[in-house]
Design a protein around this ligand. Structure first.
Ligand SMILES: Cc1ncc(COP(=O)(O)O)c(C=O)c1O
Length: 392
């Protein structure tokens, strides 16, 4: 169920101004907030190099902001490489983390200058034989996580007991395996699976060394760092990372630890602004039809299992039973049902919070409704010119 807040004043003016200037619907990307998220996670994981998972919000302003802060980047497709190239990001700050690639994907990444790739099976290893002198590989290990709806180990990663065989195969092909990687699941409610995976990867690294003398030097602890949606879990990133930090301190000193956070950096940085384009009384409920929905910015409610906190601006105090629906002709296009809210007029705004990750990235223009325009605010250049500043 979406958590809904009713507001009457303050930020309404800002959002109205933005709609007047840019139209509706909008997604407002606050680069300051993105920078704060990066700094918080860097502080919570001080010895971990962060590679932003571009897939969560592949927007030039996000890339530019994080690049300026010294972040590195996790890429998974040639499209993502093109975005980085356009933003002038140095290829040495990238790793390619898609475990399954076409030869063209590998060539595109190598041409860009990315030389670290993730593999999780023998067929994938064999794809690198022609590039053996130019690449270093990470083997992705699967650590299933029943506690999250987004369990990425279902689709990718080898079993822990398959790693040594893959390393032997890599050696026979003349390939350099640099280390291990995992993804503990996205929007993890607790750090248990990260800790388990770090401990088990440490064991694997130790036994590979004992068996073959090969030293694996990199451990990629993936993403999965959670944000607050409607559940009001009160997760604080420093507390979430404390057990992870403790597990990392037990690793041998030679191991370089990296991570691929997406959601934690991008989700809080973007806000959706949509408008009521029509309303109808159906049965016991008033249906409000917004100009954005689950085929658009709210696509994450389907694909990403997210339920976004909503804010409605209204001077009415009396509440009614309502449905908030998207604009398309499909009946699945409903954002929130059975909610109790003050009545709204056509043109009133509905604001969605925490909508930076896996929202615009997976939106469509079904029915040929335009996708929400993304407006970046508080960008580094703009701040210095003092053109537009807004603190959420
Ligand atoms: C390989 C890989 N790395 C990183 C991420 C980012 O994960 P999160 O957004 O949970 O931090 C994903 C998400 O799909 C992923 O597949």
């Amino acid at each position: 169920m979406n958590r809904i807040t009713i507001k009457t004043t303050d930020k309404a003016h800002f959002y109205r101004q933005m709609i007047q200037q840019h139209g509706s619907p909008l997604l407002i990307l606050d680069c300051d907030k993105l920078a704060q998220q990066y700094q918080s996670l860097s502080a919570a994981l001080p010895d971990v190099k962060l590679y932003y998972a571009i897939k969560s919000l592949p927007h030039p302003a996000a890339i530019h902001t994080l690049d300026a802060l010294g972040a590195s980047f996790d890429i998974a497709s040639s499209g993502e490489i093109n975005l980085l190239r356009e933003q002038g990001v140095a290829a040495r700050k990238t790793i390619h983390t898609h475990p399954i690639k076409r030869d063209k994907d590998i060539r595109d990444a190598l041409r860009f200058g990315c030389t670290t790739f993730v593999v999780d099976n023998i067929w994938e290893l064999e794809k690198f034989t022609g590039y053996r002198h130019r690449v270093g590989l990470l083997i992705r290990v699967s650590f299933p996580n029943p506690n999250t709806a987004i369990d990425l180990s279902r689709k990718f990663g080898c079993r822990a007991d398959e790693v040594s065989l893959l390393i032997q195969k890599a050696q026979s092909l003349g390939l350099h395996v640099k280390g291990l990687s995992f993804h503990a699941g996205s929007q993890c409610p607790a750090p248990d699976n990260h800790v388990l995976a770090i401990e088990q990867c440490a064991n694997i690294i130790e036994s590979v060394y004992q068996d073959s003398g090969k030293l694996l030097a990199v451990m990629d602890i993936g993403g999965g760092f959670p944000v607050e949606y409607s559940q009001q879990t009160g997760i604080h990133i420093d507390a979430f990372c404390a057990p992870i930090r403790a597990a990392l301190t037990k690793l041998p000193e030679h191991i370089q630890v990296i991570a691929e956070p997406g959601r934690y950096l991008s989700a809080p940085a973007m806000t959706s602004v949509s408008s009521v384009m029509g309303k109808a009384r159906r049965g016991e409920s008033t249906w409000y039809y917004l100009d954005d929905g689950v085929y658009g910015s709210y696509s994450g409610q389907l694909f990403d299992h997210a339920v976004y906190p909503l804010t409605i601006f209204s001077d009415n105090t009396e509440t009614e039973q309502a449905v908030l629906a998207g604009p398309t002709c499909d009946s699945i296009d409903v954002i929130a049902e059975q909610v109790s809210i003050p009545s709204m007029n056509i043109g009133d705004m509905v604001i969605g919070q925490q909508m930076g990750a896996y929202t615009s990235a997976s939106s469509t223009n079904f029915n040929l409704f335009d996708k929400a325009n993304i407006i970046a605010i508080n960008q580094l250049e703009l701040i210095s010119e003092n053109v537009l500043q807004f603190n959420q």
